[in-house]
Design a protein around this ligand. Structure first.
Ligand SMILES: Nc1nc2c(ncn2[C@@H]2O[C@H](COP(=O)(O)OP(=O)(O)O)[C@@H](O)[C@H]2O)c(=O)[nH]1
Ligand SMILES: [Mg+2]
Length: 441
């Protein structure tokens, strides 16, 4: 998501940067382009208007005092106002004595059932004891889907088939949670293809019986402005406490994510970034803003790295990565860690300036290939690992023999390494670094 918007914004800022000093007219022209780019990304018209007005006021205000300096100043303002538009960081309000109740609502296919499971997993990692509740009784398949997910993730599911009315099921589940010591209920409710009265009445009844601490709308970010309308509809009837935007990993233009909070007044709390049960992230407006502006998401990268291996190593790897100073030994470690951190293509998309490359190469580094790469690097001398340039034809033959691979394999690895190194160099001298430094990232 956001690729084409990011490309456009980067191009606009690059042009601004080339001009050096900026006049008021330059800033206005630049912001006109930003405005168009946002509208093309399907951001709500009013949100765009308000956003541009705020940026312009601040940018021009600076201008009055002295001849405006760097385009960076404008970018910084855009970044800050984008964060303001996206809203506050996601946080669940679970006060008072447990069991706490999270009620998930949303249209059919928005990702509710998947998100119930994701949230269960996420909260269990935080030390909670969740009970998932199958309250979508319209399709037997929906109940089964949750039961299967529960089994896979070893999360308990409360279900009573499809005959009992959902408000009853939820009330029973609450009773059971009290008796069995679950401190959290996550309700999976039914959705239709569009908002209708019967569905809303049922959801109101569930709400009345369970007094949820959070009523979270699960909305498909791929549906653009429609998702915003849906959110307003649900909010009017149920009083939403938060939004979960799913499918942010998709290739839609991203307008829904940017407009949602500003139009509805309801904060985004989580984002879904894939089909896997672990593909749920707490919402960080600053990170999303950096990502939209093409500054990548170094923070998320570091966080993921930390989850996969220990902190010191993560820090060291991230720093080396940014300084473009790594050698084949690091390369081998990187490849191993990358596998733990998730698909390589997705990771590359998090690095400034790499969004496109991530899309293009997407190599599936299989176990088999990794083993081969390791074997090849193991057969090199420390000197060769530090300085791959010295690996001539006879050394290549020796390495191939030593690792049980072919010279072609060795060549391929060295080529891959050179490419990676080149990308890192580009990154470290490209605008990405300046931006990051300026924004204190
Ligand atoms: N790519 C992607 N797919 C998702 C995400 N969340 C849910 N899905 C998929 O969306 C489809 C509908 O999800 P489901 O949970 O059954 O929706 P429900 O009808 O609202 O319960 C399934 O194929 C999910 O795997 C997400 O964040 N990213
Ligand atoms: Mg469902």
């Amino acid at each position: 998501m956001f690729e084409s918007l990011t490309d456009k914004l980067q191009a606009i800022f690059e042009r601004m940067g080339k001009r050096g000093l900026l006049t008021e007219a330059d800033v206005k022209a630049g912001l006109r382009e930003v405005r168009l780019a946002l509208l093309e990304a399907d951001v709500n018209y009013k949100v765009v208007k308000d956003f541009i007005r705020r940026v312009q006021e601040r940018a021009v205000g600076v201008e009055i005092h002295r001849r405006l300096s760097p385009a960076q100043q404008v970018i910084k303002i855009v970044h800050e106002e984008l964060i303001a538009t996206l809203g506050e960081p996601g946080r669940l309000q679970l006060e008072g004595p447990p069991p706490h109740v999270l009620m998930l609502v949303g249209l059919h296919g928005s990702g509710k059932t998947t998100t119930v499971a994701k949230l269960g997993l996420w909260l269990r990692k935080k030390g909670r004891r969740p009970l998932l509740v199958a309250a979508d009784t319209y399709r037997p398949a929906a109940v089964r889907q949750l039961e299967v997910l529960g089994r896979q993730l070893d999360l308990p599911v409360h279900s009573e088939g499809t005959e009992v009315p959902p408000p009853e099921i939820c009330a029973h589940a609450l009773e059971r949670a009290r008796q069995e010591g679950y401190d959290l209920l996550i309700l999976d409710t039914a959705g239709r293809h569009q908002i209708d009265d019967a569905m809303m009445a049922e959801l109101e009844a569930v709400k009345a019986r369970t007094q949820p601490h959070e009523i979270l709308l699960v909305a498909d970010a791929m549906t653009g402005q429609e998702a915003v309308n849906v959110a307003q509809g649900f909010h009017q009837r149920l009083g939403l406490t938060g939004l979960i935007l799913t499918k942010l990993d998709g290739d839609a233009r991203g307008g829904a994510a940017i407009s949602m909070r500003a139009v509805t007044g309801v904060p985004i709390k989580f984002v879904g970034v894939g089909e896997k049960p672990t593909a749920l992230e707490l919402f960080h407006p600053d990170r999303l803003a950096s990502r939209i502006l093409g500054m990548g998401d170094v923070l998320t990268l570091i966080e993921r790295a930390e989850a996969a291996f220990d902190q010191e190593e993560a820090q060291r790897a991230a720093e080396k990565l940014l300084r473009a100073e790594f050698d084949l030994e690091d390369f081998r470690q990187q490849l191993q860690q990358l596998k733990k951190m998730g698909p390589l293509s997705q990771l590359l998309e998090l690095i400034p300036g790499f969004q496109q490359i991530g899309k293009e190469i997407a190599p599936e580094v299989t176990d088999q290939e990794l083993k081969k790469i390791e074997a090849i690097i193991n057969s090199m001398t420390p000197e060769e690992r530090r300085n791959p340039r010295i690996i001539n034809a006879s050394r290549r033959r020796r390495i191939a023999r030593g690792s049980g691979t072919t010279v072609a394999d060795v060549n391929a690895l060295l080529r891959q390494f050179r490419q990676t190194q080149k990308m890192m160099k580009q990154l470290s001298k490209g605008g990405g670094r300046d931006l990051l430094r300026m924004l204190g990232l």
